[in-house]
Design a protein around this ligand. Sequence first.
Ligand code: PLP
Ligand code: COI
Length: 368
Amino acid sequence: MTLLDTDPDQGLAPLEFAVTRNLAARGAAEREQILENPGFGTAFTDHMVDICWSMRGGWHRPRVQPYGPISLDPAAAVLHYGQEIFEGIKAYRHADGSIHTFRPDQNGRRLQRSARRLALPELPVSYFVQSLRELVKVDAAWVPSGADQSLYLRPFMFAKEAFLGVRPAQKVAYYVIASPAGAYFKGGVQPVSIWLSEDYSRAGKGGTGAAKTGGNYAASLLPQSEAYENECDQVVFLDQDGNVEELGGMNIVFVKKDGTLVTPQSDSILEGITRDSILQLAVDRGHKVEGRPVSLAEWRDGVASGDIVEVFACGTAAVVTPIGQLKGKNFFDEQPTGSLALSLREELTDIQYGRREDTHNWLVRLDA
Ligand code: PLP
Ligand code: COI
């Protein structure tokens, strides 16, 4: 679970972005109205980043351009074979007005790992970080300043070559779009209820579970609908051996009575940067941390016996959210809630919003 901190792309010359301003950019009044209550993933800023890749030309034509529809050949491979990857990362406005993001090198590296698995080209991490900076520079006014608000950045890459043969595409597009964000769950940080997917899995051994690729999310939609039908907020998946993997869009962490934090580890789980950071903060406080398989039986028995004292979900969009219930076809377990999840959430968000010292050097300023 240790994520590397060094950037092998250091020394690459920065890209020269061509910037085309959006002449139909929304005015301040309309923007402020959207920022008042942005929700999650519904409103988008006025610009987007676009970089092309081809087998012959490598990464080229870096642009910031008006946000708008993408024109694709109907034979573009992504529409047929799902060769696509993405990232999720936020920009935070500090009290002095400056704008920062959080561990972007880690998201850049994860995008590279996803690219490798999906046979897409690896974007250098320095280009990745630059792409965020270029977009935030032109859309800085869209970074909200309200409590727990941020600008959610969504970098993504897909196969755009028009070719129906099944092989890695030789033409690829990379984009970054941005969406002002408030709380991911409607209830804010209220404990969420989780539906156990017993009939469907999200990923398999040797599959794409560790990559951030659209297909994993497509596979989660039917079980997620099942969760809604059963009045649950989110779905949790097991692997073939009955071990807990993760939620549709978040990792899961168990807190034991002795203060140890345990989180599932396997090659079919997305390695979350929020999880890594939270676990680091817990280690800083003297907690023990374990990454290992956790069976459903260990979870349920641990809650019943009192050995597990808290369960929480974590991810960029949802930050840290306590889990209040686990529901399956034939059972309903109330989950114990304590104060550790919320205090780690507070410490993490204090760092992200510049209210507490960033002792791990996780923040990267985007507007300077
Ligand atoms: N697991 C899945 C399936 C996710 O979509 C996410 C969100 O990105 C996470 C875990 C948490 O990852 P991170 O903390 O890097 O956002
Ligand atoms: C994120 O937290 O960035 C994600 O990708 C989760 C997604 C379900 C919104």
